[in-house]
Design a binder for this molecule. Structure first.
Ligand code: ATP
Length: 411
């Protein structure tokens, strides 16, 4: 069923096989060198009206994605005596621009609206209001056209257990209307690229989560789209699969591809994304280049643990003492890190000695002390007053997995 949903989103595409005058991107890594696949992005003559089999031109002056004031809410089922509202506003007036040749990261805790936003972009659900463009084509007015421009990897599993990985790739290459030669060449290339040789002729029902995710990405890359839309591409993966996926995304970008991905891994967004949009409860709370966002906070970040697991009262008492110094600009207790004290302080080595001395004079031990430049986690904390992990726990509680699963099955 899930496979079918994904297939339906892509079955229109015969245009890819029509291009002969494409730009070719020759990959540089060893993966890509051994691969015969050249990354080719389709072109369109801008003056011509677009039709189902029209040739596209991805003009360099158009951003990959422009989202303008997008809103999406859902009706929720509830018990008669429930005091909850009957609708949930999943995405509230979100706007952003994702440039061509860049990775755009949507970062947010559970239930913040990331998947809903991506499903709107992937034309799987229609927004209630607002609009979006993909390479200059309006996705609300012409969803059948924008579907040809991206590969989509959703969060849910989308494989038929009784087919092998190779059979899935063949099925999708038929749905993309790739010529026999293109199909053979592209299938071999994506298998090599995602290191799938060992698994590709086994039934997908026997695959681990990491291999399934790699096959998902292989399918998304099969038609060589200029844009990838990826919902948490590395969630729950082992280190090896995660690094393969990260490498492939880096290469894809270096070769001119554009990516919009969601994540609630700060590290993933920091490593991969050129631009980041932080979203909470459906609203944009911060947006920019990761470095600029971090630098805008100023000062250093200090994390202190009084004990390995400090009682909350003890951490609070120590925090109160430290906040009295004018070189401490702010602080909080990180409950998800054993009640560690987190501070924003003036930069400099003197601070480290000062803090530890003050704590010892007041009878506190210092189990561990780290001082660093601000991270994306600090950007999130500064914008919301809580850590991403704390927000994740709250968000997880507000979800109704059964309802969401049912919804996804019926779209
Ligand atoms: N089909 C649906 N029906 C009702 N509510 C929904 C539906 N889809 C999403 N929601 C609600 O919208 C909010 C945002 O959900 P969404 O899945 O977009 O968040 P998310 O940031 O992707 O979360 P996660 O990281 O856990 O996947 C949640 O409160 C969720 O319960």
């Amino acid at each position: 069923m899930k496979a079918l949903q994904q297939l339906v989103a892509f079955q229109h595409d015969s245009f890819l096989s029509h291009h002969k005058k494409n730009i070719f991107y020759m990959p540089s890594s060893s993966h890509w060198k051994k691969s015969s696949l050249k990354w080719s992005f389709p072109r369109r003559a801008a003056s011509r009206p677009l039709s189902c089999h029209q040739v596209f031109e991805i003009t360099p002056d158009k951003p990959a994605v422009v989202v303008d004031q997008l809103c999406k809410s859902f009706k929720i089922e509830k018990s008669r005596d429930s005091k909850q509202p009957s609708r949930v506003d999943s995405v509230k007036q979100v706007s952003f621009v994702a440039n061509q040749g860049e990775v755009f990261g949507l970062l947010g805790p559970n239930a913040s609206g990331k998947t809903t936003l991506l499903r709107c972009l992937a034309t799987l659900i229609a927004p209630d209001s607002g609009s979006f463009e993909i390479f200059g084509v309006n996705g609300v007015e012409q969803p059948w056209l924008v579907r040809r421009m991206f590969g989509y990897v959703g969060q849910e599993e989308s494989f038929d257990k009784v087919l092998t990985g190779r059979e899935h790739l063949k099925l999708f290459s038929d749905l993309y209307h790739l010529s026999r030669q293109e199909s053979r060449r592209n299938i071999e290339s994506v298998i090599q690229l995602l290191n799938l040789e060992e698994f590709i002729d086994r039934l997908t029902g026997t695959y681990s989560g990491g291999i399934k995710r790699r096959l998902d990405l292989a399918i998304a890359l099969l038609s060589r789209p200029p844009l990838l839309i990826l919902d948490e591409p590395s969630v729950g993966l082992d280190v090896a699969s995660r690094s393969i996926i990260w490498n492939v995304l880096q290469m894809y970008k270096e070769n001119g591809g554009s990516v919009v991905l969601t994540s609630h891994y700060l590290e993933e967004v920091d490593i991969l994304a050129d631009q980041v949009l932080i979203i909470e409860k459906g609203r944009v709370i911060a947006q920019g280049r990761p470095r600029e966002l971090k630098e805008s906070l100023g000062g250093d970040r200090v994390t202190i643990r009084i004990k390995e697991f400090t009682p909350l009262e003890e951490s609070k008492a120590a925090l109160d003492i430290l906040l009295k110094n004018d070189w401490v600009h702010g602080g909080n207790i990180n409950l998800s890190m054993g009640n560690a004290i987190e501070l924003i302080v003036s930069s400099g080595d003197m601070v480290a000695n000062g803090i530890q001395q003050i704590l010892r004079e007041r009878g506190f031990q210092v189990f561990s002390y780290t001082q660093s430049k601000p991270s994306l986690g600090d950007v999130y904390l500064a914008a919301t007053g809580r850590t991403l992990l704390e927000a994740d726990i709250v968000g997880r509680d507000s979800r109704d997995p059964k309802r969401m699963k049912k919804e996804r099955m019926t779209i």
